[in-house]
Design a protein around this ligand. Structure first.
Ligand SMILES: [Cu+2]
Length: 154
């Protein structure tokens, strides 16, 4: 029995490297920036596999002064974005996708340019799951998705 539990735990770790407190983070990506750019957007998918709602509240990274959660929306034909300081709630069993044109992380005050092919480490902050590390894969300037990124495993 004990061996079975240990095996299950190892398997879970193997397929879900970023599962913490019922929250699984995958498909984290960002676009390359030009030298001197002060902001970058971060996108990711969060699956709440726990039994309670959680809230993505923001994050921190040593690559930026601060990170805010923003929401882009089209109003009267103009794309605008606003900060969402209270965070985004994710109900049990729900999947939250931060993507271009919707919710995104805004990394503000970049310390250096994001280069294609590198990864940017961000510590995401959840109300219940706490701190969850994620490596954001940096893709080309015009990318609309995490090309070549490992798909979320089920
Ligand atoms: Cu923004």
């Amino acid at each position: 029995m004990l061996r079975h539990i240990a095996f299950s735990a190892a398997l879970l770790l193997a397929v879900s490297p970023a599962l913490a407190g019922g929250v699984e983070v995958s498909q984290a990506w960002s676009r390359a920036t030009v030298r001197g750019a002060s902001v970058a957007a971060g996108y990711l998918t969060v699956d709440n596999q726990g039994g309670a709602a959680d809230v993505l509240k923001g994050g921190v990274s040593d690559r930026a002064d601060r990170i805010e959660i923003h929401q882009s929306r089209e109003e009267n034909g103009i794309m605008t974005m606003r900060a969402v300081p209270k965070g985004i709630e994710i109900k049990p069993g729900q999947q939250l996708v931060l993507k271009p044109g919707g919710y995104h992380l805004m990394l503000i005050g970049l310390k250096s340019a994001f280069l294609p092919g590198e990864t940017v480490r961000v510590t995401l902050q959840f109300e219940k799951a706490g701190d969850v590390g994620a490596d954001f894969k940096v893709v080309g300037f015009g990318a609309t998705g995490p090309e070549g990124a490992k798909p979320a495993e089920k």
